[in-house]
Design a protein around this ligand. Structure first.
Ligand code: SAH
Ligand code: SF4
Length: 394
């Protein structure tokens, strides 16, 4: 394994102080059990703690309330106690850009002064929020802008679920007072863990956040509306099925180990064969719950007819859909996007073999919000083109 392409976790621990109110525990992101325990520690009688947890979750995750004083089904004294011990805090918006196509890109600041990007993509029948799981990424996929960002820390569950809350604030997507859930269309109807970072290198926080997103008293989205994208952290794939149960997308991108080693260096640790074996075991796989194979179209690198045929052979037997992503360029990127004709021809071969092969329309390109373009300005300790090329073995 080349020492120049680190594929193990290498997360810096950075003190988190900025933004936190001294001594107050943020309730956002606590699991049900965690919240229950926190309430008991603050004097809530044990017998009531479960009910209070449900009530608080509804205020926080369904109505978007941030001030305990507004929680009108709790007694005044109890609201005061809560305000003394706790806070409800979400990442702070530093900037918001709106693309010509309606895509919104937010730069948000989390504790410690770090920044991550969040993207909202409105479509006719849904609104998808692309959420980040780490500041930067420890992996170094050679076509990905985020992978050139060196400084990394894992986001907490609160910072992950907080991105959804921040977007719902901006879009005014909360359940209005006096209305029930389901009485109006949800603007954030789908979540994709496809922002900055490798979600399976931050498993526990991602799981806890997604449990809140899926809980009927939480954000209340079906697990079918949540998709986690991974570059292929094989040992965590089974756990994703068991402990989260969301839809899975795989950054596949190549049909030989030789090419995948260069594009997605984690392949040197868990190669195509090991990855596919883990996917064949993924629970609940069926034609209605298929695995999405993401495949970035790179001119002359992975886009030949032979690649398309090899891909079909490799995934035989796995209920799958192949999402073709035209490469989104970023400053200094060592690749070019395949031509439209090439992408269409590739899609056609796959489609004829019986797989859906949608070509992802790049969204928000004018504001650098498209797949793989995310990266926060503050930590732009960017690698040079030569460094990237060297690491990728180009
Ligand atoms: N770390 C996770 C999720 C974030 S990346 C993963 O790798 O799966 C989300 C998707 O965007 C991945 O499929 C990734 O391979 C793709 N991507 C990264 N850079 C890209 C680029 N420049 N153009 C198009 N897609 C890109
Ligand atoms: Fe990290 Fe995913 Fe980018 Fe690879 S494609 S560097 S795993 S964010």
């Amino acid at each position: 394994m080349a020492a120049s392409a680190p594929i193990t976790q290498d997360v810096l621990t950075i003190p988190r102080t900025e933004g936190a109110s001294v001594g107050k525990l943020n309730l956002v992101g606590l699991t049900r059990d965690g919240l229950r325990e926190a309430l008991i520690a603050a004097g809530t009688p044990e017998k009531q703690a479960k009910m209070r947890t449900g009530q608080l979750w509804q205020w926080i995750y369904q109505k978007g309330v941030r001030d305990f004083a507004d929680m009108t089904n709790l007694s005044k004294d109890y609201r005061t106690t809560l305000a003394e011990h706790f806070e409800i805090r979400v990442p702070e918006v530093v900037s918001r850009q709106i693309s010509e196509d309606g895509t919104r890109k937010y730069l948000v600041r989390i504790a410690g002064g770090h920044e991550v990007e969040v993207v909202y993509i409105p479509e006719e029948d849904r609104g998808t929020l692309c959420v980040s799981s780490q500041v930067g990424c420890t992996l170094t996929c050679s076509f990905c802008h985020t992978g050139t960002q060196k400084l990394v820390r894992n986001l907490t569950a609160g910072e992950i679920v907080g991105q959804i809350m921040m977007a719902r604030d901006d879009l005014e997507d909360w359940v209005p007072a006096g209305k029930g859930m389901g009485e109006q269309p949800r603007l954030v109807s789908n979540i994709v863990l496809m922002g900055m970072g490798e979600p399976l290198y931050n498993f526990d926080a991602v799981r806890d956040a997604m449990k809140i997103a899926m809980d009927g008293e939480g954000i209340s989205l079906s697990r079918r509306r949540i998709t986690l994208s991974t570059s292929g952290v094989v040992p965590e794939i089974a756990r994703t099925g068991d402990e989260i149960g969301c839809q899975l997308a795989i950054s596949f991108h190549a049909t030989t180990d030789e090419t995948r080693d260069k594009l997605v260096p984690i392949n040197k640790k868990w190669n195509i064969e090991k990855l596919l074996a883990a996917l064949r075991e993924y629970p609940k796989l069926s034609n209605s719950e298929r695995i999405t194979f993401e495949y970035v179209m790179l001119d002359g690198v992975n886009d030949s007819d032979e690649d398309a045929h090899r891909l079909i052979k490799l995934i035989a037997g796995i209920p799958a859909k192949i999402n073709l992503i035209p490469f989104n360029e970023w400053p200094g990127a060592p690749y070019k996007r395949s031509s439209n004709n090439r992408i269409r021809r590739f899609a056609d071969i796959i489609y004829k073999a019986g797989y859906a092969s949608p070509i992802r329309t790049p969204r928000g390109e004018d504001i650098m919000a498209a797949c793989g373009q995310l990266k926060s300005e503050t930590e732009r300790a960017r690698k040079t083109r030569a460094e990237i090329a060297k690491e990728a073995g180009l």
